[in-house]
Design a protein around this ligand. Structure first.
Ligand SMILES: Nc1ncnc2c1ncn2[C@@H]1O[C@H](Cn2cc(CNC(=O)c3cc([N+](=O)[O-])cc(O)c3O)nn2)[C@@H](O)[C@H]1O
Ligand SMILES: [Mg+2]
Length: 216
C-alpha cells in the first residue's frame, strides 16, 4: 500500500529540505515558496505576514496568544520577532496538525519560546491563567475557525486575559470573513479598530487583517 502524504506533511518536507535548522526566517521563506509554487495552504502568508510582522514589532509583546496553529507558519513568524524572555502560547484543535507544527517549530529552533497546547480554544482559554500562569496577553492573533473569533474574544475578555492596550489581530476578516467579529470590534467603545487591506495568501483575492486595541 502506498501511503498518501497530507498537505501539512508535504509542507514539513519542504521545510526540512529547504530551510536551515535554527533559522526561523528560512522556515517562513520555505513554506511561502512551497505554497506559492506547489500547493496553496491556509498560512497567513508573505503579504499579510509583513503586516503581522509590523504589528508584532510595534506591540513588542511579552506574552502572545495564537488561536489556530495549523502548520506553525505564523507561530514561527511571530516568535522570530519576540524579545528574549517573551512567550507565545498557540492553541491547536487538530492533533494531526499539532504533530506537524511541533516539528516545524523545532526546525526553527523556537521550542523555548513557544508552547503549543492541543484542544479547542473554547475549552482551553478559561484554563490559561491557572494552568500556564498567564497574567494577561499583550497580543492575540486570531486565525482559527472564523465563527469562533467573536465568542473567543468575549471569553478572553471575561477571563481578564487581555491587558489594557492589548491588541487583537485577526486574519481573514474579508475572506473567508468574520462579519460578526468585525461588527463587534468596530462598534464596541472598548476597542479602537483599524483595517489593513491586503490579499488572501498566495492569491489576488482581497483579504485583510483587523487590528483592535483593547481600551479596558
Ligand atoms: N476553536 C479552535 N481551537 C483550536 N484550534 C482550532 C479551532 N478552530 C480551528 N482550529 C485549528 O486551526 C487550524 C487551521 N484552521 C483554521 C481554520 C480556519 N481558517 C480558515 O478556515 C482559513 C481559510 C482560508 N481560506 O479558505 O481561504 C484562509 C485562511 O487564512 C484561513 O485561516 N480551520 N482550520 C486547524 O488545524 C484547526 O484545527
Ligand atoms: Mg488565516
Amino acid at each position: 500500500t502506498v501511503t498518501q502524504s497530507t498537505r501539512p506533511q508535504r509542507i514539513l518536507g519542504a521545510v526540512q529540505q529547504n530551510a536551515t535548522r535554527g533559522d526561523p526566517r528560512s522556515v517562513v521563506r520555505a513554506i511561502d515558496q512551497y505554497c506559492r509554487s506547489q500547493e496553496w495552504a491556509m498560512n497567513v502568508g508573505d503579504e499579510k505576514g509583513c503586516i503581522l510582522d509590523s504589528v508584532v514589532s510595534e506591540v513588542n509583546p511579552s506574552t502572545v496568544l495564537e488561536l489556530g496553529t495549523y502548520c506553525g507558519y505564523s507561530t514561527v513568524r511571530i516568535a522570530s520577532l519576540l524579545p528574549p524572555h517573551a512567550k507565545l502560547i498557540t492553541l491547536e484543535f487538530n492533533p494531526k496538525f499539532a504533530v506537524i507544527a511541533r516539528q516545524v517549530i523545532a526546525w526553527a529552533g523556537l521550542e523555548d519560546k513557544i508552547q503549543l497546547v492541543e484542544g479547542s480554544s473554547g475549552d482551553l482559554i478559561p484554563k490559561l491563567k491557572e494552568q500556564f500562569g498567564v497574567k494577561a496577553f499583550d497580543l492575540v492573533f486570531l486565525d482559527h475557525w472564523k465563527d469562533r473569533y467573536l465568542p473567543d474574544t468575549k471569553l478572553i475578555e471575561e477571563c481578564g486575559l487581555l491587558r489594557k492596550g492589548g491588541v487583537l489581530l485577526a486574519d481573514n476578516v474579508i475572506c473567508p470573513g468574520a462579519p460578526e467579529y468585525l461588527e463587534f470590534v468596530r462598534s464596541s467603545p472598548r476597542y479602537e479598530s483599524q483595517y489593513f487591506k491586503s490579499h488572501l495568501e498566495y492569491t489576488k483575492v482581497e483579504d485583510g487583517l483587523e487590528k483592535s486595541v483593547f481600551l479596558g
